[in-house]
Design a binder for this molecule. Sequence first.
Ligand code: AMP
Length: 380
Amino acid sequence: MINPILPTSTIGILGSGQLGRMMALAAKQMGYIVHIYSPGRNTPAGQVADCEFKGAYTDLNAVQAFARTCDVVTYEFENVPAATAEAVAECTVLAPGAHVLRVAQNRIVEKTTLQEAGLAVTPFRPIHTLADLEQAVAELGTPSILKTAASGYDGKGQVKISDPNQVRVAWDALHGVDCVLEAFVEFDCELSVVAARGDDGTFAPFGVVENDHVNHILDVSIAPARVAADVADRAITTAQQVLETLDVVGVLCVEFFVARDGRVLINEIAPRPHNSGHLTIEACPTSQFEQTIRAVCGLPLGETAWRKPTVMVNLLGDLWRKGTPDWAAPLALPDVHLHLYGKQEPRPGRKMGHITVSADTIDEAFATAVLARKKLLVLE
Ligand code: AMP
């Protein structure tokens, strides 16, 4: 193992969005120095870091110059090119390793790897040609979803195929790149498990979170998930198998569908903190961000039990459509916590912040969180 990388050392983060920002805040609280690398300036993470390196991910000289200033480097999004991660690993400790990134940034590799490990994934077929797609639609049926193998997130790079006649249109819409075709899963609910694994193999999951998406973007997360104990157990056990299969040192999220027939299927994985884990900041003794820092630095992992039922609602750029939201209004409600990511431009669908609410019951936390978000809207 790596010797523990102790506070006052320097942690580098590839990527500079909200995940990097909250990782940086956790690291700063623990006394680390934080360096950020991304193509941007005045970024959400750069605003709270000690040093913001601006450069392309493909500029491996600049990436290595950054890496040499760091005792350990991690990443906050999985679309960092694997070659970039490998260049970092030549200069300093990288966690999770570049091999995890290689798997998580390509849906074909990800699903094949997990399936070969005996884990239940959404039924899929790898697609390289229009003929592959025609055959896959014949096998998996409709409706099904065509997803680009690389670079997709929040529903981007996805087309639903409702009828076999739509095959060519779907293929053209995604410009004929490598894809997976997934069977459309009729699900009761969507779940996620954020979990950490230390370099000694210690496994520390947060509890199971229930997620509701609108337009493919996470809208609401609820903890703990309202599912039967055996469903929650299966999700946690599967998450452990994923982290072990991929030999992850760090934090990884597994997203699941609970199908109507009771199957708990992996939808996708993300080798980093996750939007559905933001509520751990208030809901748990250790947040997913502090846990990431602990894991990648080789420190003991922290306690993860829920303190109280907690609900998180995302704040998208759409909230700005009638003007700057009324930030003061929701803060008058009990146990409301506002997080804003320091993004300058509130575009529709862009994640600008979130609100977390804890309460004695999930119903209460949910009602307050939804009301809090509603109060942000400036009325005409
Ligand atoms: P993804 O970016 O692949 O996680 O997709 C975003 C959201 O689209 C998911 O959280 C689901 O709500 C929905 N979705 C994606 N794939 C499927 C599928 N195979 N069956 C049903 N819904 C899906």
